[in-house]
Design a protein around this ligand. Sequence first.
Ligand code: IPE
Ligand code: IPE
Ligand code: MG
Length: 240
Amino acid sequence: MDKKDILLPQHVAIIMDGNGRWAKQRGLKRTEGHKVGAEVFRTISKYCADIGIKYVTFYAFSTENWKRSKAEVTAIMNLLRRYLDEMKERVLENEEAGIHISFIGSREGMPKDIVKLMDEVECRSSDKTKTYVNLAVNYGGRAEIVKSVKEIAERVKKGEINPEDIDEDMISDGIYTANQPDPDLIIRPSGEYRLSNFLLWQSAYAELYIDDVLWPDYTPEDLDRAIEEYSKRNRRFGGV
Ligand code: IPE
Ligand code: IPE
Ligand code: MG
């Protein structure tokens, strides 16, 4: 990408969708799509670090995705387990392009060994500062807002704050992306025009970009196109 004249978003968020359809088109099992999708995640997160995007959030598994067949959920968890295990080593060998990785979403209900791997990957990459990657696993935008509100209610109950003190910053401080800028650009491959419970609070003024490409086919050139289009948008934030 010719980066001159391009305004880079500070925070890009991507809904990694279309793995199942990609597999179906090829007469493969849905799991095969998830497998290729995981590789694409690696390529795109590295590319984001290369071109200087500071924050990237990837939606990998939603709080609603547990509704899928047991076989598919198990296959996704197995893939995640294997991927994290590899990532743990790559981070140590500095092969992750200076990426600081965090997992957003609820750890409750996740297999314990996967939670342990997540902690290890987070811990091992915690000194990296080139690009901050959030991987959303067992993530739901509504659940995240409820979590933040519950924490605030506890503080009210203890008498630390009054209900009148509650403001937007307080809610922002209690969500998983606290201290990070809101996403500037949300990309959804696979042609669906919805957020599917992704970053509901944070997306208030995000620019949306829908792409027909299915996630396993997604390339750095597709991301370039989205960023180029983003750089032409006129963001008004309610002003004129
Ligand atoms: C996204 O791809 C991966 C997850 C939600 C885990 P899908 O599995 O939703 O793929 P489609 O939408 O069925 O094609
Ligand atoms: C959103 O995709 C979740 C992820 C990509 C992880 P879904 O495939 O679950 O969304 P819907 O069901 O099409 O809205
Ligand atoms: Mg889908």
